[in-house]
Design a protein around this ligand. Structure first.
Ligand code: OAK
Length: 836
C-alpha cells in the first residue's frame, strides 16, 4: 500500500474578504476579483467580467465548506455514494449557489449598490450543458439532494469540451451550432492534475504465472490516454456540505510524443495528441438512440476507468484495504453508459491488484447498482463484438468468464431452457455478435431499479423479464424527483415568497410540508395573490417571447406548454394536431367560442433524427399560418422557442397554465418536467405514463386532465393489428385535420414537405396518435372549459403545488440511501480557519 507523507500541521489563513457576508465586504471582494482575477477596472469591464468577478466572489464563499467536507470525509472514512453518469446537465451554477448559500438577497443588494443588475449577471452565465435531457438533468438534481441531505457523494462524468449543441431555428428548421461553453473560462471548476490517471485501449493480452504460482494476465495496450480531473463544488441547501462533481478531461500522455517527433514524424506526434484529446471533445447528442460509434465506447471506458481508479486512490489514501471497497463505496450506474465498470473493476482488482476471481467478483457485485431509464428498444446499448474486442481485449475476456459462470447459474435454476440462456447471455449470438450492456449491468449489480412505479413494473415484465425471473430480489423502484431549490425557489421567487409568508420556509427542505398551503386553496385572498403572481410571470415570458421572436402573445390566454426533447413517442405532433383542430373550428365558424390559448414549444431534436426535425418544421409552419391569420387573432398563437436548455426551463415552468405530458402510455419511463410544471402550479394534461400516474394519484384525479389508452390497451391494440387509417376514415374531424396538412396548407402549397409525417401517421403510427386523437381533443375541450372558471382553475393549481411533496429529489435520494446504497448522512461542522 502507498504510504503518504504526513501533511504539515497548522491551518490556512483565509481573509475575511473571501468569507465575509456583509454588503460592504461583498462589494469589496467583488471589486477585488474584478481587478485581480479579471484584470479590469469598472470603466473597461464587460458584463462577462462582472459575471466572472461575482462568480469568484461566490466560489470563495464555498471553498471553506468544500474543504471542510473533504477533510471530514477523509478523517471519518465515510461511506460514499459514487454516481457514475455520462451526462450531468447542471444548468447555471451562480443562482443556485446563491440560493444554497443563503446569500441571494445580500448579493442582490451589493450589486444594486454597485449599479449592476443581478438578473443580467445571472443571464450572462454560459450553462454547462453536459447532457441531453432527462437522464442528465436527473443526475444534477440528485447531486443537489445528496449534498442537501449531507450524504457523502461524488458525481463522476466527462468534462466535454462541447456540450449539447445550441439550437437555432432558420426558416423553421433546426440548425445545430457547437456549444463552446468553456470559451470564457469556467470559474466553478478546479483542475486537479495531481490526481490524473491513465486509461488503456486496444493492443493485446498476455498470460503468465506470478511468483505465487497464480495465473495472471497482463494487458499490452495500443494507446494510453491521460484523464485529468476537474472538480466542481456541489453545495447543499443551507448546510455546510459541499460535495464534488469530478469530470474527466482527456489528454495525451505526453503533450508531444518525442519519439515520433525526433524520428521526423511531426504530424504523427501531433495527430496522436489530438486523437487522445478527442475522447472528451463532444457529447453525443442522441437522446435514447443508441449509436455504435467506437469513440462513444472510448468515452464510456474513459470516465469509468478514471473514476474507479480514483476510488481506489481514495481508499488507499485513507489506509483502507481493497477488501473494503464495497463498504467504502456504493457505485450507481446511471443507465448502461457506465456498465463497462463491472468488467473494469474486475480487471483493476485482479490484474492491477493481484486479487483472485471469486474475491474480486464478490466485491464487484456488492458495489454496483444499476438504474434503467428507458424501455425504448432503440436505446439498448449493444456493442458489436469485433469493435468491442479490438478496443478492450482484456474486458472481453473478463466478460466471457462472467458469462460462463453466470450461464452455469442459469442452467441450475432453469434446466433445459436454451431460449432463456440465449436471451440472458451477455453476448447476443442471434446474428452478428454483440455485447449486451444491460445484461452486464444486471449480472454485476446487487440492485436494479426503474424510475417510476409503472416503469419499474414494465422493466420486470418486458426488457429485463428474464433477469427478474433469475434475480427477483434485485429489483426495486425509485420514483424520480426534482430539486425544489432550483425549480421552485430559484425559478419562482414570487411564489416562493407567497408560500413562505404563509407556512414559513421549512418546505424548501421538506417538500411534504407544502401540504400546509392546501388550507389556503379556498381562501379568496390567497387565490387572488397566487393568480396575480402567475399572471405577472406570464407577462414576463410574453415580453421575452416578443423580444426573441417578435410574436406578441396575450398573457391572459391559457399558456399551454410542451418543452422536452423532440421525439415521436413524446408526441409533440399530437399537440400540433390539436392546434390544427382549433384552427379549423375557427375557420369553419369565425365566431366559435374558443378559449384563447398560447401554444409554446421548446426542445432539441437529435441531429440525425429526421422525423423529429420535421416535427420542429411542422410546428413552426403551423405557427406561421396561425399567427398571422386575422380570423384567429386574439385566440391562438403558436411559438417554438429556440435552444431549450436549463436556463430557459427555469423561465418557462413558472409561466405555465397547462403542462403537456402526452407520451404514448408505456413509453416515457418517468418524465421529470411533468413534476417541475406541477410544482409551479400548472395543471397537467397527460396519459397514464411514467410518473404521470403517481402525480395524478398525489394531486387528485379531479385536478389532472387524463386522456388516452393505457399501457395494456396500447399493447392489445397493437397485438390486434392496429390500423390507423381506420381512425382517419371514421372520424371527420381528424380527417379534416390530416387533409389540411396533406393539402400543403401549412407549407405554401407544397404537398410533399409533410408527406412523410402524414404517411407515417396514416399507415404506421407506431405511437398511436390517431388512436388517442379523439380522447385528447375531448380532454382539451374540458381544459378550455375549466380555464373559463378562473377561480376554480386557481384552486386546482394551488392544490397541484401543495401536493407535490413526493416529487422532491430529496425523497428519491432518501429512497436510494435506505433501499440501495445503505448510506447515512455525515454532517459537516464549519471550521473557522481564521481563528487558529
Ligand atoms: C437517455 C439515453 C439513454 C437512456 C435513457 C435516456 C433518458 O434520458 N431517459 C429519460 O430518463 C429520465 C430520468 O430518469 C426519465 O424521466 C425519462 O422518462 C427518460 O426518457
Amino acid at each position: 500500500m502507498q504510504t503518504l507523507p504526513t501533511p504539515p500541521s497548522g491551518s490556512v489563513q483565509i481573509e475575511d474578504d473571501r468569507t465575509g457576508l456583509s454588503i460592504e465586504t461583498l462589494k469589496r471582494a467583488f471589486l477585488d476579483n474584478l481587478f485581480y482575477i479579471q484584470g479590469k477596472f469598472p470603466a473597461l469591464a464587460s458584463k462577462n467580467d462582472y459575471y466572472m468577478a461575482l462568480a469568484y466572489t461566490v466560489r470563495d464563499r464555498l471553498l471553506r465548506r468544500w474543504l471542510n467536507t473533504a477533510e471530514t470525509y477523509t478523517n471519518t472514512q465515510a461511506r460514499t455514494v459514487c454516481y457514475l453518469s455520462a451526462e450531468f446537465l447542471m444548468g447555471p451554477h451562480l443562482g443556485n449557489n446563491l440560493i444554497n448559500l443563503g446569500i441571494y438577497d445580500q448579493i442582490n443588494q451589493a450589486m444594486t449598490e454597485l449599479g449592476l443588475d443581478l438578473n443580467e449577471l445571472l443571464q450572462q452565465e454560459e450553462e454547462p450543458g453536459l447532457g441531453n435531457g432527462g437522464l442528465g438533468r436527473l443526475a444534477a438534481c440528485y447531486l443537489d439532494s445528496l449534498a442537501t441531505l449531507e450524504i457523502p457523494a461524488l458525481g463522476y462524468g466527462i468534462r466535454y469540451e462541447f456540450g449539447i449543441f445550441d439550437q437555432e431555428i432558420r426558416d423553421g428548421w433546426q440548425v445545430e451550432i457547437t456549444d463552446k461553453w468553456l470559451r470564457y473560462g469556467n470559474p466553478w471548476e478546479i483542475a486537479r492534475p495531481d490526481w490524473a490517471v491513465e486509461v488503456k485501449y486496444g493492443g493485446h493480452t498476455e498470460s503468465f504465472i506470478d511468483e505465487h504460482g497464480n495465473y495472471r494476465v497482463r494487458w499490452v495496450p495500443f494507446k494510453v490516454v491521460k484523464g485529468l480531473p476537474y472538480d466542481t463544488p456541489i453545495l447543499g441547501y443551507k448546510v455546510n456540505t459541499a460535495n464534488t462533481l469530478r469530470l474527466w478531461s482527456a489528454e495525451a500522455t505526453e503533450s508531444f510524443d518525442f519519439g515520433a517527433f525526433n524520428s521526423g514524424d511531426y504530424f504523427g506526434a501531433v495527430h496522436q495528441k489530438s486523437n487522445s484529446e478527442n475522447i472528451s471533445k463532444v457529447l453525443y447528442p442522441n437522446d435514447e438512440q443508441y449509436q455504435g460509434k467506437v469513440l462513444r465506447l472510448e468515452q464510456q471506458m474513459f470516465f469509468v476507468s478514471c473514476s474507479l481508479q480514483d476510488m481506489i486512490r481514495i481508499l488507499q489514501m485513507q489506509n483502507m484495504s481493497l477488501e473494503k471497497f464495497p463498504e467504502k463505496f456504493s457505485v450507481q450506474l446511471n443507465d448502461t453508459h457506465p456498465a463497462i465498470a463491472v468488467a473494469e473493476l474486475m480487471r483493476l482488482l485482479m490484474d492491477e491488484h493481484g486479487m483472485q476471481w471469486d474475491n474480486a467478483w464478490n466485491i464487484t457485485t456488492r458495489t454496483f447498482g444499476y438504474t434503467n431509464h428507458t424501455l425504448l428498444p432503440e436505446a439498448l446499448e449493444r456493442w458489436p463484438l469485433k469493435l468491442f474486442s479490438e478496443l478492450l481485449p482484456r474486458h472481453i475476456e473478463i466478460i466471457y468468464e462472467i458469462n460462463r459462470r453466470f450461464l452455469d447459474d442459469v442452467r441450475i435454476k432453469f434446466p433445459d431452457d436454451p431460449g432463456r440462456l440465449s436471451r440472458l447471455s451477455l453476448i447476443d449470438e442471434s446474428g452478428e455478435k454483440y455485447v449486451r450492456m444491460a445484461n452486464l449491468a444486471c449480472v454485476g449489480s446487487s440492485a436494479i431499479n426503474g424510475v417510476a412505479a409503472l416503469h419499474s413494473e414494465l422493466v420486470k415484465q418486458t426488457v429485463l423479464k428474464d433477469f427478474y425471473d433469475m434475480y427477483p430480489e434485485k429489483f426495486t423502484n425509485v420514483t424520480n424527483g426534482v430539486t425544489p431549490r432550483r425549480f421552485v425557489v430559484l425559478s419562482n421567487p414570487r411564489m416562493t415568497s407567497l408560500i413562505t409568508s404563509k407556512i414559513g420556509d421549512n418546505w424548501i427542505k421538506h417538500l411534504d410540508e407544502l401540504r400546509r398551503i392546501e388550507q389556503f386553496a379556498d381562501d379568496p385572498g390567497f387565490r387572488y395573490e397566487f393568480r396575480q403572481i402567475k399572471q405577472a410571470i406570464k407577462q414576463d415570458l410574453a415580453n421575452h417571447i416578443k423580444s426573441e421572436t417578435d410574436v406578441e402573445v396575450d398573457p391572459s390566454s391559457l399558456f399551454d406548454i410542451q418543452v422536452k426533447r423532440i421525439h415521436e413517442y413524446k408526441r409533440q405532433h399530437l399537440n400540433a394536431l390539436h392546434i390544427i383542430h382549433l384552427y379549423n373550428r375557427i375557420k369553419a365558424n369565425p365566431s366559435a367560442e374558443i378559449t384563447p390559448r398560447t401554444f409554446l414549444f421548446g426542445g432539441k431534436a437529435a441531429p440525425g433524427y429526421y422525423m423529429a426535425k420535421l416535427i420542429i418544421k411542422f410546428i413552426n409552419s403551423i405557427g406561421e399560418v396561425v399567427n398571422r391569420d386575422p380570423d384567429v387573432a386574439g385566440r391562438l398563437k403558436v411559438v417554438f422557442l429556440k435552444d431549450y436548455n436549463v436556463k430557459f426551463a427555469q423561465r418557462v415552468y413558472p409561466a405555465a397554465d397547462l403542462s403537456e405530458q402526452i407520451s404514448t402510455a408505456g413509453k416515457e419511463a418517468s418524465g421529470t418536467g411533468n413534476m417541475k410544471f406541477s410544482m409551479n402550479g400548472a395543471l397537467t394534461i397527460g396519459t397514464l405514463d411514467g410518473a404521470n400516474v403517481e402525480i395524478r394519484e398525489e394531486v387528485g384525479a379531479e385536478n389532472f386532465f387524463l386522456f388516452g389508452l393505457t399501457t395494456e390497451e396500447v399493447a392489445a391494440k397493437k397485438a390486434a393489428g392496429y390500423r390507423p387509417i381506420d381512425y382517419y376514415e371514421s372520424n371527420n374531424d381528424l380527417r379534416q385535420v390530416i387533409d389540411r396538412i396533406a393539402s400543403g396548407f401549412f407549407s405554401h402549397g407544397d404537398t410533399g414537405l409533410f408527406r412523410p409525417l402524414v404517411d407515417n401517421l396514416l399507415h404506421k403510427d407506431e405511437y398511436l396518435l390517431l388512436a388517442d386523437y379523439q380522447s385528447y381533443i375531448d380532454c382539451q375541450e374540458q381544459v378550455s372549459q375549466a380555464y373559463r372558471n378562473w377561480d376554480h382553475w386557481t384552486r386546482m393549481s394551488i392544490l397541484n403545488t401543495a401536493r407535490m411533496g413526493k416529487f422532491s429529489s430529496d425523497r428519491s435520494i432518501r429512497d436510494y440511501c435506505q433501499n440501495i446504497w445503505k448510506v447515512q448522512p455525515v454532517p459537516i461542522e464549519l471550521k473557522d480557519y481564521t481563528q487558529s
